[in-house]
Design a protein around this ligand. Structure first.
Ligand SMILES: [Mn+2]
Length: 323
């Protein structure tokens, strides 16, 4: 630890698959919690999500039948949570977290990272860093909302503005594919149709897997930004700005399975907007833990146990998902 500005709080307990980790050096993917929800517009609580997702991860299996793969192979390292100062306004959070992440880049292994928010704004600094590193980045944006507002609640860093800021940072060859979006002002839907860097997949559960299958066999780097309110509210009611309808988690798992099997590098991912206090049943945290497991496979963690199959026609015969 180098001081409060860039400190990490240990994960207690760590995400289930990281419990058997032999340490950061052997990791193929790193989990980093960013428990910040100051960019929320409606109902807060997402700051409790990293801890809730880790706790719920102990109720799911490390083996995932849709992937035919197991995370319990020491390939995940849980770095803990960024020690975000209390009551940081969004305009102050973004530069603070940008600097904290760049400090962490020197201390954490140079492997793909899964950021656990927090609200969607908590993931913005990681998204902007990925855009700066990869001008041709292909971003799969799963969400109920387009997040394309220039400003909201008096700040350009509200969670309702995340993808507007990302598109400013993304190079001309970059692509944002949006999936699950079903709410927002008319201008956002007009922009999604007319901006040539936005590929609007709508809410068809089959559209994401079809796109992922194409991207998986390209060379361009892929990033997945997953606002959990993109999911069916019946599967994940515990979120700050719920929208009835939404994608089944199984469809998202199918898409991420395509990425896990492909050769395109999946360079980062984030999972945001779980608000644990809004779902006393705990179902939402379990759904989020399942989503985190799927993202970790897409990032290159996990191994296929001998003799397992999952019925994927494109499954390679090797024992590892990607390598
Ligand atoms: Mn959203």
């Amino acid at each position: 630890m180098t001081g409060p500005a860039t400190g990490l709080r240990p994960a207690e307990p760590p995400f289930v698959a990281a419990c058997g980790s032999t340490g950061a050096a052997a990791a193929r993917a790193v989990i980093l919690g960013i428990p910040y929800d100051g960019a929320t517009s409606y109902r807060a609580g997402a700051r409790a999500a990293p801890a809730a997702i880790r706790a719920a991860s102990h109720s799911i299996e490390s083996y995932a039948p849709p992937f035919g793969a197991d995370l319990d192979d020491g390939s995940v390292f849980d770095a803990g949570d960024l020690a975000v100062p209390e009551d940081l306004a969004p305009d102050a959070f973004v530069p603070w977290a940008t600097s904290a992440l760049s400090e962490l880049d020197r201390r954490l292994p140079a492997v793909p990272r899964l950021v656990l928010g927090g609200d969607h704004g908590a993931a913005l600094p990681a998204l902007l860093a990925a855009c700066a590193r990869h001008p041709d980045l292909r971003i799969l944006h799963i969400d109920a909302h387009g997040d394309l507002r220039a400003s909201y609640d008096g700040t350009p860093y509200s969670h309702a503005c995340v993808m507007a800021r990302v598109l400013e940072a993304l190079g001309p060859e970059g692509i944002v594919a949006t999936w699950g979006i079903r709410s927002g002002p008319p201008e956002e839907f007009t922009r999604a149709r007319t901006d040539r860097r936005i590929l609007a997949l709508g809410t068809d559960p089959d559209a994401g897997p079809a796109l992922a299958a194409r991207w998986a066999f390209g060379a361009a780097p892929v990033y997945v930004t997953f606002d959990l309110d993109g999911l069916d509210v019946g599967e994940l009611p515990g979120t700050g700005t719920p929208e009835p309808g939404g994608l089944p988690l199984a469809a998202v798992e199918r898409a991420l399975c395509r990425l896990a099997r492909g050769r395109a590098p999946v360079v980062g991912a984030d999972l945001t907007e779980l608000s644990p206090p809004l779902d006393p049943s705990g179902l939402s945290a379990v759904t989020a833990a399942r989503a985190a497991r799927a993202l970790l496979f897409a990032l290159g963690a996990g191994t296929r146990p001998a003799g397992t199959r999952d019925g994927q026609a494109d499954a390679p015969a090797s024992s590892s998902l990607r390598r």
